[in-house]
Design a protein around this ligand. Sequence first.
Ligand SMILES: Cc1cc2nc3c(=O)[nH]c(=O)nc-3n(C[C@H](O)[C@H](O)[C@H](O)COP(=O)(O)OP(=O)(O)OC[C@H]3O[C@@H](n4cnc5c(N)ncnc54)[C@H](O)[C@@H]3O)c2cc1C
Length: 381
Amino acid sequence: MQRAQQPHIVVVGAGAFGGWTALYLRRQGARVTLVDAWGPGNSRASSGGETRVIRATYGDRLVYTRMAARALALWKENEKRWQRQLYHGIGVLWLVESDEQYEKAALPILRSENVRIEELSGSDVSRRYPQINCDRVRWAIFEPDGGYLTARRACATVLEGFLAEGGEYRQLAVQPPAPSGGQLSNVLLTDGSRLTADRFVFACGPWLGSLFPDVIGDRVRATRQEVFFFGTPPGDQRFTESAMPVWADHGTAFMYGIPGNEWRGFKVADDTRGPVIDPTTESRVPSPEALKAARDYIAYRFPDLKGAPVLEARVCQYEESPDEHFIIDRHPAAENAWIVGGGSGHGFKHGPAVGELVARLVLSGAAAPPDAQFRLSRFAR
Ligand SMILES: Cc1cc2nc3c(=O)[nH]c(=O)nc-3n(C[C@H](O)[C@H](O)[C@H](O)COP(=O)(O)OP(=O)(O)OC[C@H]3O[C@@H](n4cnc5c(N)ncnc54)[C@H](O)[C@@H]3O)c2cc1C
């Protein structure tokens, strides 16, 4: 595309959604300026921190099983292009005790979408992974192509790739935009300058509600989520990625974790939504209640880690939509502005697939995304 014909697109937010969107817009020939207040995968962002799970098991939500499969292909393709490992395919193990609805609903979808899986009995799991207490595990799904992604490193790598392919990046905050006459012509930045563009994408994670109080407001709520990294016994490999996969555990709470990697600790997190916070001002000190819940959980599921010391902890936030579906749609008062977010605790893995989709929608002049569940109009019902 000739430079004069290139549309200029501003992408606000360099997290998992905005970074990949900027990259794919650039690859499809647009002139792209990516803007972020604190930087890709920063310590306040939902994409910050060390690792995220990648899995295709999604209960009955076919759209995300498909999207996860596309995203995995794109993660692999980009890793190869950049010669940088971001995806670690150590597998994901779904442990089923009493409530099996989620996993049962996922099975036919995983099969019809040709996702590789193994169905294991509780005793199979216990034989394979004696470090896991399987006393009450009735059965399990093992996804060999699942695993984890390095989170903040991936965001930084996407920015590097974007810059290398001719993108422009500015570290400034954008003020709440003010469309007029059905269009948005520019945004005001914190240095007092204005950035003019043909089209805009706002991928501001948990800040979307404050940027668009009328259109988004509390349809994206930032919920406090705490993550703990426990220390394993000296020289003991049983709790590292060399000996076990990522696991997901639907018990009384949905707990999950990632075994030790890069010589860091054994990660444990509770998927239960925490209190609503302000992602800008929240202090990131973990709470004694969440630590106790994590300790009680590992003592039950991984008895040899009972009493293990905490090596690190992180307080992050989900950017939660009411139905946990993503939001990918045009701003109702600005046909050249798109809003992308609502990752709701599961968005990271989908970053490249979301970026590819949004770039296609923005450049093709599509009226709305093909999937109705991503549209803003669903909230009006
Ligand atoms: C603890 C935790 C565990 C998770 N686990 C998983 C998992 O295992 N697997 C998975 O797939 N997903 C997981 N998620 C969810 C996933 O990480 C998020 O859905 C995803 O990272 C959201 O990306 P985003 O780009 O929408 O938001 P963000 O990463 O928050 O990016 C938004 C960016 O916008 C910038 N910004 C905001 N306002 C402005 C402004 N006014 N001007 C300029 N810039 C601005 C911010 O600085 C930020 O960098 C988890 C999330 C958390 C918190």
